[in-house]
Design a protein around this ligand. Structure first.
Ligand SMILES: [Zn+2]
Length: 316
């Protein structure tokens, strides 16, 4: 009887592959670059090689695995096992990823949206244990989400539910990668933080963000670093982040009435810097009945959440 599962966290820049046991412990994991521009075939070969490599590290064989769970950026057709299209993986449109990996490794394979995978991982092994009405929100390059409703992962009609990054927050806001304007992720993702900083600096605002980024493009990390040094512009941008996150999360609290929201993704590592102002906005904008019952916490599963969540498809 197989006692282990392989989880693959497929991202735009790297592929994280690991083996977990049924208690959510990661035995071994490895990271390789996705090199998405080389196309889907080369990328899927890298996934298969990573699986074999990580098995070797654990001393296990393919037959010791119950299956391979993949977490991928969406939208997907999870039933057919297809990546439909995704801006993070250019050239990977309409790829029957499950069939290809099944054919190569002769083992069951499942695919799920990466944020839904993380919600599942939190529900089974993380901050969402025992919480039947749970939301997971990742704030990173983009913004994504997953919802556990009544103890079950909510997929929607074709498993593309909870695409919270693309709910409209400001009808006159900046254009989003999806084509819409003023989406949550166009205003509150790490990419949005960096873009606001770049625009202010180009318009002549003085800030140490420019010095901290040197010759590199400005990233959200530079803004947080400057804010820690009390840089005026950086602090303004962090306040703006707190406000937009607060507006978005207030909508989610009204809509889903969750008992807990778990925040993940790179920007959430800096939660302390914007937590209070974000909560102020949430309290002003969401229904008291829904706010009072909802806790907002940070993930403790770290960067392994992607692997654990993807593999969790074989546990529920
Ligand atoms: Zn959008």
């Amino acid at each position: 009887m197989p006692e282990y599962i392989c989880g693959v966290d497929l991202g735009g820049t790297k592929i994280n592959t690991g083996i977990i046991d049924y208690n959510g412990n990661v035995l071994e994991s490895i990271k390789v670059l996705t090199n998405a521009q080389e196309g889907a075939e080369a990328g899927i070969n890298r996934i298969c090689e990573s699986i074999l490599q990580v098995l070797k590290l654990t001393g296990l064989q393919i037959r010791d695995l119950k299956g391979i769970g993949i977490g991928s950026p969406g939208p997907l057709d999870t039933k057919k096992g297809i990546i439909l299209y995704t801006s993070n993986l250019p050239g990977w449109g309409n790829i029957h990823i499950i069939d290809i990996i099944k054919e190569k490794l002769k083992i069951p394979v499942k695919i799920i949206n990466d944020a839904n995978a993380a919600a599942l991982g939190e529900f089974l092994f993380g901050e969402g244990r025992g919480i039947n009405n749970l939301l997971y929100v990742t704030i990173s390059t983009g913004i994504g989400g997953g919802a556990v409703i009544g103890g079950k992962l909510y997929g929607g009609a074709n498993s593309n539910a909870v695409e919270i990054g693309h709910m409209t927050i400001d009808i006159n806001g900046p254009k989003c990668g999806c084509g819409n304007y003023g989406c949550f992720e166009a205003l509150a993702s790490g990419t949005a933080i960096a873009r606001f900083a770049k625009n202010f600096i180009e318009s002549g605002r003085d800030s140490q963000i420019k010095f901290l980024s040197g010759n590199e493009p400005i990233r959200a990390e530079h803004v947080f670093e400057a804010a820690r040094n009390k840089d005026k512009l950086a602090l303004e941008i962090i306040d703006r982040e707190a406000f937009y996150l607060g507006v978005g999360i207030a909508n989610l609290i009204n809509l889903y009435n969750p008992q807990r929201i778990v925040l993940g993704g790179g920007v959430s590592n800096e939660l302390e810097m914007f937590y209070e102002k974000m909560i102020d906005t949430i309290r002003k904008r969401a229904l008291k009945s829904n706010v009072d019952i909802c806790e907002i916490v940070k993930t403790k599963l770290g960067s392994d959440i992607g692997i654990i969540g993807a593999a969790s498809q074989f546990i529920l």
